[in-house]
Design a protein around this ligand. Sequence first.
Ligand code: PEP
Length: 251
Amino acid sequence: MTGRRYLIAGNWKMHGRLQDGTALAQALAEKLGPNGDPRFEILVCPPATILSAVSAVGEKTALLTGGQDCHAAPQGAHTGDIAAEMLADAGAGYVIVGHSERRQNHAETSAQVKGKAAAALRAGLKAIVCVGETREQRDAGQAAEIVAAQVAGSVPEGATADNCVLAYEPVWAIGTGLTPTIADIAAMHSMIREKLRGLVASPEAVRILYGGSVKASNAAEILAIDDVDGALVGGASLDAGSFWAIAQACR
Ligand code: PEP
C-alpha cells in the first residue's frame, strides 16, 4: 500500500430492509462523521430497493454508497434490470460489477462485465470490477491465468485510478470462512497490478481490494500486504461493529 487510500467496501447482497439497512448505515455514518478517516474510505452497497434511503442517511457524512450490479444500457426494455444512471440518481457513487455470484448465477462473461463497467463510467460512477478463480481452477494450477484473463477482459477502456477499482475474490473463499495464504494473496495482487500496467493509465494508483471471508480477526494481516488496498466484505459488513473493526485494521 503506497500512497493509495484504503477502500473498505461492504456488499450487503440480498440482505437489508428499509429499517435495518438504514440503521446499519446510520451507525457507520455516525462513526465516520462529515470528515471520515484519512486512512480509509467506507462504502456500503445495499440492495437497490433501499439505496436511496441509505444514500440519504450518509449524505452529510463521509459514508459512500454503491450498487451491486448494473445493466450496460442507459435505459430500455430490460425488465428487472437497473441502469448505472439509475444508481447514480439514487445517490450511488460506486457499483460492483462482475461479482462471482453474478458471473456464476447469471452466467455473466467478462465481455458483459466490461460493458457494465463501461456503463458505470458513462454514468459517472466508479466501477468495482471483481475477478477470481474457482476452487477447481486453483487446484488445477490455473488461478493466475484465469484471473489475468478476467482482468484483461473486464476492465473497460478509459479506466483510471479515479473511476475503477479491482477486487480479487477467490470464489472458494466467499462466504466459506476460507482464505488463501498471505503469500497467495500477495502473488495474485502483484500479478493483477502487473496486468493493469498494460491496461490503464497510472496503474500504481489503482486500488486492488481483496475479498473472501475478511473479518476483524484476519483483516490486519491481509490489509498489510503491499498491493492490497482495501477489502470487499460480504457477511462481516452486515454488522456495524464487525465492519468498523475491519476498517480499524487499516494502517
Ligand atoms: C463477497 O461476497 O464479496 C464476499 C467477500 O463475501 P464474504 O465476505 O462473506 O466472504
